[in-house]
Design a protein around this ligand. Structure first.
Ligand SMILES: [Zn+2]
Length: 170
């Protein structure tokens, strides 16, 4: 099936020391380069809650109550970003679906995103990203932490930035 998600030809998917399969730079990637664009269906959070037990994490949150996600296993493979979480990432979302490089990235580096910049949820996960900045426990509410709001100023996805700016209730 046609890929639902775009991944830059400068990347490839390989086994990751962080988790499962990861996305890696196979050529130099410059700051602000578009690395990937998430595709899928626009679903309500309730629709996704019914699918997630079977499909696992494969969605991207685009508002408080909407996600972009696959609806079956075939689509899951076609919509994966393969970007693992890191507490010291090199990618961030600009807007809602476009992942860009936060800095220049060398060939061989794993391409990661801090879920604090993309997620507003109720989960808690033990982190093994291996970075000196590792928070050990990552939660779906990390975006509310002041120090992360400072560090990632300008790098939050649109709906979280709107909440941080206070134009929507947290
Ligand atoms: Zn970590």
């Amino acid at each position: 099936m046609t890929a639902l998600t775009y991944r830059s030809p400068k990347t490839d998917v390989r086994p990751s020391p962080i988790h499962g399969a990861g996305l890696f730079a196979k050529q130099p990637i410059a700051r602000d380069d578009i690395v990937a664009v998430k595709g899928g269906h626009v679903l309500t959070a309730a629709q996704w809650a019914n699918l997630e037990p079977a499909l696992g994490p494969a969605e991207i949150q685009i508002s408080e109550s909407l996600v972009i996600a696959p609806v079956d296993q075939t689509e899951r493979d076609a919509s994966m970003l393969y970007t693992n979480h890191s507490c010291d990432p090199n990618l961030a979302i600009q807007g809602q679906i476009v992942l860009v490089a936060m800095r220049d990235i060398a060939p061989g580096e794993e391409l990661t995103i801090d879920w604090a910049t993309t997620d507003d949820g109720d989960y808690e996960m033990e982190c093994r990203c291996g970075s000196p900045r590792c928070r050990r426990t990552v939660t779906g509410k990390d975006w509310t932490k002041r120090e992360l709001q400072e560090r990632y100023r300008g790098w939050f996805c649109w709906f979280l930035q709107r909440k941080i700016d206070g134009t929507r209730p947290a």
